[in-house]
Design a protein. Structure first.
Length: 233
């Protein structure tokens, strides 16, 4: 395992984030990196942590649970983010482990989270997932349909709803992804008006398109493969 390569990759991604932020005329530090560690072995995750990554993203609740346990010695400075689909029967166990849940994809799940958060002192924040690409295999509210649920969303007062999340169409590059990012920002602006929630966070952008996402207002980019290139050797 090549820890030096991981460190170098992280620096490069951080530099690219800073550059895209500056180029977009946005304030330094307004975009945060979630380092996606799904399917990566623990030694690679440790190398990433030792290089300075603190917000770590996992897709699958069960894999998250395993990593939280086997990497517990890294301590409370690790902030785990669940970026994939959460099944309602996994809510109770997952909630106390994470700082943020990015992909709340239905009103039903949001209500379950809201109920569970009632008994927590520090519940995690959540983003609501919108399917902006129209692909049938993507989770989330279909485009603007989330606006129909504005009232019900605003009624969930225990779980902090901090923004929206999307994934661009599979196989698109930066420019191909741009319409998805523009759409998410537009839906956010309208949902903000209807709910009175600030919805400051836009979780959008992955290895192939995070700079475009930043240009369109991303505050959280979820980057995996770019951090681990060449790490196996
Ligand atoms: C895997 C994954 C990412 C990271 O993708 P990369 O292309 O490896 O950067 C981001 N978001 C979600 C939801 C993912 O599943």
């Amino acid at each position: 395992m090549n820890a030096g390569r991981i460190r170098e990759n992280l620096r490069q991604v951080e530099d690219r984030i800073a550059e895209a932020t500056r180029r977009s005329g946005r304030a330094g530090g307004s975009v945060r990196l979630v380092a996606v560690t799904k399917r990566r072995p623990n030694d690679q995750v440790r190398a990433l942590y030792e290089s300075g990554a603190r917000a770590l993203g996992e897709n699958y609740p069960q894999e998250l649970w395993g990593k939280v346990e086997s990497l517990a010695d890294l301590g409370p400075r690790v902030r785990w983010h669940l970026i994939g689909h959460l099944q309602s029967n996994k809510v109770k166990k997952t909630l106390p482990m994470v700082a943020m849940i990015h992909a709340v994809d239905s009103l039903k799940l949001l209500r379950i989270l809201d109920e569970a958060a009632r008994s927590m002192e520090n519940p995690p924040s959540v983003c609501l997932q919108v399917n902006t690409s129209g692909e049938v295999n993507k989770h989330g509210w279909e485009g603007g349909s989330i606006l129909d649920d504005a009232e019900s969303i605003a009624a969930c007062r225990s779980i902090p709803i901090v923004g929206l999340m999307t994934m661009a169409a599979f196989g698109t590059d930066g420019e191909g992804a741009r319409p998805s990012f523009v759409a998410l920002r537009g839906v956010r602006d309208r949902l903000r008006e209807r709910t009175g929630l600030a919805l400051d966070e836009l979780s959008m952008g992955m290895s192939g398109d995070f700079e475009t996402a930043i240009e369109e207002g991303a505050t959280l980019v979820r980057v995996g493969s770019a951090l681990f290139e060449g790490a196996e050797s």
